[in-house]
Design a protein around this ligand. Structure first.
Ligand code: TXA
Ligand code: MG
Length: 324
């Protein structure tokens, strides 16, 4: 199959209506989209990504009214958060209606729903009458794509079309929240909408411990977002000392550590902006993977706002299994 890249929204729509898969831009990362109501189309997503079928997919809809077509009940707090942040980088895990195929939810009675914010994808969603199931458009386990070129690198020949919407603006995946029986918010995945913003909208703190006590999202596997080159996370000074003699690239937040003996130096922001760091994270991880080094030494960013999502991704990218 030849993979085309373009900006033709109608071409993307025609393919999606024909039960094909298309990479689409969102504000977070590129998604690999298919008609969520068609098992045949959804199977193509799992196959192209080599994604295990126990890992469910988020469905993308144009507006809050459409969420109600696929979710059985929408708690008050969900409506409140949707009104505050959608379209935007937040997904809601809700009791599903029977019309959503089990293949999309991996057999769960809950479906994750999101209203993405990107003009091209919003235009696509408005013109079709089905939701789009879309995981990140990367081969399973690798760094998520934030440009059309990244999608091509991972899925060339496996999908017919990539809708090119430029660089994604947020750069990390959506925040996922679910709700208790009594409607309290549970954080399932850190992402583009920060805990601080959610708490501000709700007017109360959310229980972060719940996330760890009972992980509900099978995709939160430990080794994820991984570069091929091993990445070590910690104190840059001591890690550089520990691995001296190796070919090292440093990945830092704001300081560039040029005084340390390393082969390459990357940093995520010049201004201390966590938003800028998030937007650059995945592109930088991909650049690091393309240079001739033995290992990446990285540090965490300030653990607040969207920085928490960055740290979560860095932790998952860590090389855990083998000692170098
Ligand atoms: O920003 C995003 O959310 C991007 C863009 C494309 O929208 N999508 C994305 O999808 O990150 P994916 O598949 O890479 O990650 C979705 C996560 C996985 O961890 C999956 O296990 C979880 O959401 N998830 C999806 N549906 C679920 C369900 N019904 N129950 C529990 N977890 C679910
Ligand atoms: Mg993913």
């Amino acid at each position: 199959m030849i993979t085309k890249i373009g900006t033709d929204i109608n071409a993307a729509i025609d393919l999606l209506m024909a039960e094909e898969i298309v990479a689409i831009p969102t504000e977070t990362v590129y998604g690999l989209a298919a008609n969520a109501m068609s098992e045949k189309a959804v199977l193509k997503i799992y196959a192209a990504k080599k994604r295990p079928q126990f890992n469910p997919l988020i469905i993308h809809v144009p507006d809050i009214a459409s969420m109600q077509l696929y979710a059985d009940t929408i708690p008050e707090n969900c409506l409140l958060l949707a009104r505050a942040f959608s379209p935007g980088p937040i997904s809601f895990l809700l009791k599903k209606k029977a019309c959503i195929p089990d293949l999309v939810t991996a057999g769960s009675d809950k479906v994750a729903i999101r209203i993405p914010s990107h003009p091209m994808t919003e235009a696509v969603l408005k013109k079709i009458d089905f939701p789009l199931a879309a995981p990140s458009a990367n081969p399973f386990g690798y760094v998520s794509p934030v440009t059309a070129q990244h999608v091509l690198q991972g899925l060339n020949g496996k999908i017919p079309y990539i809708l090119d919407g430029g660089n994604t603006s947020v750069g990390v995946e959506s925040t996922i929240v679910s709700f208790t029986e009594t409607g309290e918010v549970i954080l399932e995945r850190l992402g583009g909408i920060s805990v601080e913003l959610i708490e501000q909208a709700l007017g109360q703190k959310i229980n972060l411990q719940l996330q760890h006590a009972k992980p509900n999202t099978p995709g939160q596997l430990k080794s994820h977002y991984a570069t091929t080159v091993p990445l070590y996370l910690g104190d840059i000074n001591s890690l550089v000392k520990k691995y001296q003699g190796k070919r090292i690239a440093i990945l830092s937040f704001e300081n560039n550590y040029q005084h340390l003996p390393a082969n390459f130096y990357f940093h995520l922001t010049d201004t201390g902006s966590l938003e800028e760091a998030a937007a650059k994270l995945f592109t930088t991880l991909r650049q690091l993977d393309e240079i001739n080094i033995d290992l990446i030494i990285a540090e965490k960013v300030p653990d607040k706002e969207i920085g928490r999502a960055i740290n979560d991704r860095l932790e998952r990218a860590q090389f855990i299994n083998k000692a170098i």
